[in-house]
Design a protein around this ligand. Sequence first.
Ligand code: AMP
Length: 303
Amino acid sequence: MSLLVVGSMAFDSIKSPFGEVERVIGGSATYFSLAASYLTPVRLVSVVGRDFPKETLAMLSARGIDLQGLKVAEGVTFHWKGYYEYDLNVAHTVKTDLNVFENFAPVLPASYRESRYVFLGNIDPKLQLDILAQVREPKIVALDTMNFWIGKSPQLLREVIRSVDIVVINEAEVRELTGEFNLVKAARKLMRMGPGRVVIKRGEYGVLHLSDGEIFAAPAYPLETIFDPTGAGDSFAGGFMGYLASRDGAPLTEMDYRLATIYGSAIASFTVEAFSTERLQGLSREEIDSRLAAFRALTEFRV
Ligand code: AMP
């Protein structure tokens, strides 16, 4: 069943303790759609400028990502510049140039309107609302956001949060959004705003997944080589939503949500092994399956 994503497509300039890259491919929708493409067909809604490489678009298409909803506009592609210190869980933004996103008014292709699974990736909440209004009868809508939008558009963000089923969010951002330091309390507060589930991304400490009466904790895979955490959150969301969409037909159980969380964590663990989308572009089913098995071994114990 098709999964619709709206989010940024970007050039990223990133410095981490392990290296520095200029204007590499990034963006929330790029990471999300690549990660999800291993599990389900993806429909992408975004905008790039004429400076965005055609080869990257061809690579996304070749992975089965539908680009009918991608607009190539006059102007310059979104650019994010950031850095990480030794605490790779915290991304420091140096510059956010919205560029072609400033005037982007997405119109969904007719074929996208029936999408049952929707991911409102990290982007202007106004665009998230625009997209939601154009999807006819979604089964599950999830949303991600970040401090930039919490600060810039708090009212619109609350409006969109009210209409979604799941919020997938970083731990620092859920604290900022709710004004609550304790993550369980913060998630409960967020759920009172509308969504039935909150998935808190905690970088190298894994993920905390909360719904009414349930808490599931997944570790992050303890890698020896990490180059760049950029995109880990979006790749997690892609694996998570990709798995849920792939299960369409059967009613989703709590175990499905748990397995979706592990799929997300497994696919995200590849993203951080290289800069940009390098590692995420050419995964094999065997690599994903063996990392799922490694996750199982990581937390298995008997009483
Ligand atoms: P994450 O998965 O959380 O590491 O997100 C990384 C991606 O978010 C980067 O590739 C950036 O291009 C993108 N990004 C950074 N700031 C923003 C923003 N304000 N709006 C949309 N996307 C952003």
